[in-house]
Ligand binder design. Sequence first.
Ligand code: 5AD
Length: 422
Amino acid sequence: MMCLTIPVQVKGFNETGKPLVQSIGTTNLFAVDNSLVPDIKIDDWLLCISGLVLKKIPPEDALEIIDFLKFSNIVTERRVSEKFSKTIRNAHSGALTRDEIIYLLNTEGSEAATLYEEALLTRQMNIRDFICIHGVIEFSNYCSNDCLYCGLRAQNQSLKRYRMAKEEIIEAVFKATAKGYKLLVLQSGEDMNYDKELLGEIIKTIKSKARVFIFLSIGERGYEIYKELKNAGASGILLRFETSDPELFKRLHEKGKDLKNRLEHLNFLKTLGYFIATGFLVGLPGQTLEILASDILTTVRLAPEMVSVGPYIPSMELEAEKRERLMELTLKVISILRLLLKRTRIPISTALDTIDPENGRKMALRAGANALMFILTPEKYRSLYSLYPNRYFQESDPWERYGLFKYERSYDMLEERLQKEI
Ligand code: 5AD
């Protein structure tokens, strides 16, 4: 966190000397408060939040961000069927049947394009163009589970394992908060070495020194530890249910894991007062469109604060055509979720970046997603956290540089927003 907003350009000054700015694509001018950033000139590009100028940025960066967020306010006229229009209307009213979801997952051409546009409009009407930026620190790749799809599975003996020491984790967190991150996910395999005492100490130290939301992504660890860690100051949990089909879940997860236990975790985590981030994998072997539609409905029923979905990446190289199909299916899933969960945070998964590093993010934002997840794991460990091959990573981009407002106000805004969303 925090948020990236659309840059505005200075067009003049009002009678009290405040800059008058214009948003791209509009003709309205509005005055902004420049008390934090003096020395503003005509044609400068600014980042503002709630009418307050936070930063001046170079024109080329402004244009890159605008290009990223570019949108059309008007849904272009397209040829769509009566059935499609009716289904979209139902989606807007917040309820779709399983068959209707399957129908939308099967759309093609101009109907698929309209689905994305409707989702984008829904995002803009409900949460505007705030794109939230979160960070993830992967502190251990040890895992006692054997999920067939995952590179960290216990049986994968070729993987070099690492554990970050308490001090290293805390250092990585403070490095991130100094940059302006306000929401960080601490993630690991299911690693019992980090017990409630150790994790509790880490969280308490972080919370005593920095104003940052900590989300944990540490797997199915039982009620007790989660209760303790809530008291230590953790705010949220990221735990995907992966698939809503009990049979498929069993097949993909060994060692007596079942869907029931996963869903029970999600339920008690909610009653403990955690913010919940959950979701599933798109394109798992054995996943039918019926199952995928149920995944969407299960997510809606769980009413999480954040939805985490991503394409399943097999260990072998995906052919271009398959990659494209997987991308389209994931974008449709994001759009349907956006139509149904209007204000929920939908981050773009690293797996989606991985299957199309060039355009994945842009397409997902235009299909209704609204958050980015940056990997902040120290470099020496990064490649060892190999959930799947060739994981996307980008050293630095304008999103991170300009999306992270160091102001305390952005933490308050996030807090307000999270409260409102529950
Ligand atoms: N492709 C995509 N995502 C994967 N994950 C694990 N393996 C893969 C894969 N092969 C995801 C799981 C898990 C998260 C940490 O990583 O959904 O919840």
